[in-house]
Design a protein around this ligand. Structure first.
Ligand code: AMP
Length: 421
């Protein structure tokens, strides 16, 4: 075994899989770009305080953060998510509202690694700051839905909830607290600890001991005031209009303390329940304020790339694009001609590769086959002196009449472009 390997929960993403990762982000950028979202590129490191604003009851912040003191004595952290960074950027730069942005990149959480759960993982997401229209919640959710469609995923369930206005939420939290406290003995030790910090998060517990108690807990639905009720109705009506199917689950609270109003999660049907959240989000009015900005409405989502690709594998969709070039140049005259030809082809927009180390014709042809190229362009001593090349189709589906053709070097690019069109 080599002396050094990736640390736990971290992976190398190699070709061709890496091409799939890039395409994933491209598809996402197309979907949200067509809705007017612009990309924000945030630093990987922020002051620890930025993430601490996400809340004391958030595991991501209290247990899973990679933080350290830098050489300048600043306490900083590797970002565990991007909503806080986007809100910090909003406060710092004060862009015009509504500010519609998207992001893509790696996040870091010190979790117990397992399938679909890593210490470095990637997310794509959107955030809209500075607007409080329920139609915006609909737009955000529908864009997530559309993105999964664009990948070809079909087995995704959208689960929706509303945590109400802050006052509704506060009354509900009090009722929930009273309920769990009157049943304290039946609650697991972990959930008793969670109860002290955030009673809502107890609803997240999947521990067998808590299941019954959680199922019988009071529901947020009966605590909505007029405003929250109307907002939630409009969100649901909007999703119906856009034919985005969903189920309402009043136990869905999600990780961030700051969520209020709409919350939602996209769940992968094919994944195990502990790791079935492909992505999620909601309204988080209040986060910008806690970072020192003006009271600002926010809504957004983050979707996990790693887990979504596992779901794609399960459904047999969105495979890694084949790593292929169009042309492979075989040069038995020393390699300088291959150097000239591959460069000329690439400049003309035709992808091209070649062999190195002056291998035999046979070995170069093997490499040409392995490359997935559509054509081999072959140069031997005769061709070199004639100013020609031989173009040989490499794939069974591309026989082009009787196989290979001699082509003048000056005509090669036109010939290939015509042949490949
Ligand atoms: P969150 O930021 O916790 O709301 O997570 C949003 C999405 O990011 C989840 O639904 C997952 O798809 C993904 N995610 C979160 N944590 C991890 C992790 N440790 N490993 C892989 N994906 C993750």
């Amino acid at each position: 075994m080599p002396e050094f390997q990736t640390s736990p929960g971290m992976r190398d993403i190699l070709p061709p899989e890496s091409a799939r990762w890039r395409k994933f982000v491209e598809v996402f950028a197309d979907v949200v770009g067509s809705a007017g979202y612009g990309q924000v590129i945030s630093p990987l490191l922020e002051d620890l305080g930025v993430f601490q604003r996400l809340g004391e009851a958030t595991d991501v912040v209290t247990k899973e953060m990679y933080d350290f003191v830098d050489k300048g004595g600043r306490h900083i952290a590797l970002r565990p998510e991007l909503t806080a960074s986007v809100c910090r950027a909003f406060v710092q730069h004060r862009p015009a509202t509504p500010w519609k942005v998207w992001y893509a990149g790696s996040q870091f959480r010190y979790e117990k690694p397992q399938r679909g759960r890593y210490r470095q993982f990637d997310q794509v997401g959107i955030e809209v700051l500075g607007a409080d229209d329920p139609h915006l919640d609909v737009e955000v959710i529908a864009l997530g839905w559309e993105f999964y469609r664009a990948l070809g995923l079909r087995q995704v369930n959208l689960v929706l909830n509303s945590l109400g206005e802050p006052a509704d939420r506060a009354r509900y939290v009090a009722a929930l607290q009273a309920y769990f406290e009157s049943n304290l003995d039946a609650l697991s030790a972990e959930s008793r600890a969670t109860l002290q910090k955030n009673p809502l998060r107890v609803l997240d517990s999947k521990r067998p001991q808590d299941v019954e108690l959680v199922a019988a807990a009071p529901r947020i639905g009966s605590f909505y005031g007029v405003e929250a009720g109307a907002h939630f109705e409009t969100v649901q009506a909007g999703l119906h209009i856009l034919d985005v199917p969903f189920v309402v689950d009043s136990k869905l609270v999600r990780g961030l303390d700051y969520y209020r109003g709409t919350t939602f999660e996209f769940q992968g049907v094919t994944l195990e329940s502990a790791q079935n959240a492909l992505g999620g989000g909601g309204r988080y009015d209040g986060l910008v304020e806690s970072l020192g900005g003006p009271a600002t409405h926010g809504v957004g989502f983050a979707l996990g790339l790693d887990r979504t690709l596992l779901a794609c594998d399960d459904e047999g969709v969105f495979a890694a694009p084949p790593a292929e070039v169009a042309v492979f140049v075989v040069d038995t005259t020393g390699g300088a001609e291959a150097m000239r030809l591959t460069t000329a082809l690439r400049s003309a927009g035709i992808s091209a590769d070649r062999a190195f180390e002056n291998r035999s014709m046979k070995s170069q042809m093997k490499a040409a086959d392995r490359s997935g190229a559509v054509y081999a362009v072959i140069v031997g001593t005769n061709e070199l002196s004639d100013g020609t090349v031989v173009v040989r189709p490499l794939r069974a589906d591309r026989t082009d009449g009787d196989g290979q053709t001699a082509v003048a070097r000056t005509e090669l690019i036109d010939h290939l472009k015509k042949a490949m069109s």
